[in-house]
Design a protein around this ligand. Structure first.
Ligand code: BGC
Length: 420
């Protein structure tokens, strides 16, 4: 080897070594609590991990299985109480305010200002992420909850039409049943029951009823004629689910639709992540359509990461890098393509997204204008966590009971809505 080459090699080694030192000096660890453990969800979570690692930081996975996140929230509480909060945790809606009031969330104003979050986020969304005017969380996506997923093969076999209202829904369910197909794939947690319940409330009662009853928790509306209709329709859906639904995870219910064992599922668009991850094509292997009677409304569920106060400087740097990366157009695209949701960042290019996502994106904007964009209770976007838990339990008790009458259910739900 020539002297010149030796010199060049040595110089290269010195540069490389000093780069490693720089990276090591800045590298931190980010522990992230989430509940994204199903096929599609895990792919989306991996894209977040890769984004962070590309910045030289290390990722400590804190996944707590359980759709809807109830188990994750229980684990989070005990970690924070013991003074050992993760850097970021999947927390949403009004719960963000509850956590911020405890004084445990970090101020991300500098990251938000540098990256212009105020300009890039719809005002409604920005406000959810702020506590006393300061960003304490970063949004990841917008999920639409009021979807119906259908297997076109199963519908063809049954001679049924994908429903657009509740009468058509029950007509299709009868036909699927007659063809030996489970009409409705359903699972067994209270948030799954409530996902169906809020779709029925929106479809049968309309957006004004939905807002008064389930967002403002107005007692008279919760005990109205319309509520009777909603509860009766909701319970009727149950007769088209199978006996093994109790205890079943939502993604296993989606898998039944993917296989054609079941005809349809009422579920948010994280279900699309499962179809996609199983290699299925929208419009060909599966159909996405608004839940019956809700085409002109949009029930939103925005995933976000609350950022906790940390002591270690390198970890604070890593946490801020994570917050900035989550809002970048590159991350918004790759994450949401896997997750089934749409980007939360305004003006994002949707070319790579499928028709379900494009529809969702269009409807998100439209319904915001017509005031028919409503928060999902089932997914923690509408009311306090205490009221949400109590109402969910009341609705599930009714779903699971063979004896409770509609009138009794109505009283229980109205009483639960008073929980502070
Ligand atoms: C979350 C989604 C998640 C779903 C099922 C929802 O509450 O917002 O991100 O995929 O629960 O676990």
């Amino acid at each position: 080897m020539s002297k010149k080459m030796m010199f060049a090699l040595r110089a290269g080694a010195v540069v490389a070594a000093s780069m490693v030192t720089v990276l090591a000096a800045q590298a931190g660890e980010v522990e992230v609590l989430h509940w994204w453990t199903s096929g599609g969800e895990a792919k989306a979570a991996k894209s977040l991990q890769a984004t962070l690692q590309a910045k030289g930081h290390s990722w400590k996975d804190f996944a707590v299985a359980g759709g809807g996140g109830d188990s994750a929230m229980t684990v989070l509480k005990s970690r924070v109480v013991s003074g050992n909060a993760p850097a970021a945790a999947q927390i949403k809606g009004p719960s963000l305010q509850e956590w911020a009031q405890e004084g445990v969330l970090a101020d991300m104003s500098d990251v938000a200002a540098t990256n212009q979050w105020d300009k890039l986020l719809p005002t409604v969304v920005g406000n959810i992420m702020k506590y006393k005017g300061k960003y304490v969380a970063v949004p990841v996506n917008v999920h639409r909850v009021n979807w119906l997923w259908a297997n076109p093969e199963a519908f063809k076999k049954a001679g049924a039409k994908v429903p657009t209202n509740w009468d058509e829904f029950f007509a299709a369910a009868e036909k699927l049943k007659a063809a030996g197909i489970i009409p409705v794939a359903h699972g067994g947690q209270n948030w799954q029951d409530f996902t169906t319940f809020e779709a029925v409330a929106l479809g049968v009662g309309g957006t004004e009823f939905y807002k008064k009853a389930l967002v403002q928790l107005d007692q008279a509306t919760l005990k109205s004629e319309t509520m009777t209709k909603v509860l009766t329709t909701f319970k009727r859906v149950k007769s088209y689910t199978d006996k093994n639904a109790p205890g079943r995870d939502w993604n296993l219910a989606t898998a039944m639709v993917i296989r054609g064992e079941a005809g349809m599922q009422l579920m948010g668009d994280w279900a699309k992540g499962e179809f996609i991850s199983a290699g299925k094509k929208p419009g060909v292997d599966f159909v996405c359509t608004a839940a019956p009677g809700t085409a002109k409304a949009f029930t939103f569920n925005i995933d976000s990461f609350a950022l906790f106060k940390l002591k270690n400087e390198a970890n604070v740097k890593a946490q801020k890098d994570l917050a900035a990366a989550v809002m970048s157009p590159e991350f918004q695209e790759v994450f949401n393509l896997n997750k089934g949701s749409i980007p939360v960042r305004l003006g994002q290019n949707m070319d790579k997204f499928d028709d379900c996502a494009k529809q969702s994106s269009k409807d998100f904007v439209e319904t915001a204008k017509t005031n028919t964009l409503v928060p999902s209770i089932a997914h923690g976007m509408a009311v306090s966590s205490a009221a949400e838990g109590a109402i969910k339990d009341a609705v599930s008790n009714f779903w699971n009971s063979d004896r409770m009458t509609v009138a009794q259910a109505m009283d229980k739900i109205a009483a639960a809505a008073r929980t502070k």
